[in-house]
Design a protein around this ligand. Structure first.
Ligand code: 5GP
Length: 118
């Protein structure tokens, strides 16, 4: 879980504009965009603009701001799509399921008639 930030990771390229994304929200410190391989309708990602690989690599103030915006964007997703539930996910390290090594929260709307497998 201690690793070097790769400035060429996919989310770094999304932040720089090198890779396009469907943006949901942006300010000086945060970017939110639609997941390109959604696990449900409205699957959204929230990332900070700081170079941090994972939960243990981000300054507390940046983490607080990231979580506060995850709540704000989660509320907007809730209001727009009216899901039956919302799953938040955040993975650290490859064995845990992390594939992009720039910290991010998943906002995954869930509907009762198609619940996630686990
Ligand atoms: P992780 O498994 O690291 O928590 O999640 C990375 C997420 O990034 C996955 O849900 C994956 O679908 C998403 N993703 C991968 N490549 C791209 C991309 O180029 N654009 C967008 N918008 N999402 C991506």
């Amino acid at each position: 879980l201690q690793m070097q930030y790769d400035p060429k990771n996919i989310f770094a390229k999304i932040l720089s504009g090198e890779i396009p994304s469907a943006k949901v929200y942006e300010d000086a410190r945060i970017l939110s965009f639609m997941d390109a391989f959604p696990q449900s309708k409205g699957h959204t990602l929230v990332i900070p603009k700081v170079k941090a690989c994972n939960l243990f690599d981000i300054a507390p103030d940046d983490l607080q701001n990231l979580i506060a915006h995850t709540q704000k964007i989660g509320r907007a997703v809730r209001d727009a799509l009216a899901p039956d539930g919302i799953r938040l996910m955040q993975f650290n390290g490859e064995p845990a399921g992390q594939t992009v090594f720039h910290i991010h929260f998943h906002i995954m709307p869930v509907w009762a008639d198609s619940p996630p497998r686990r």
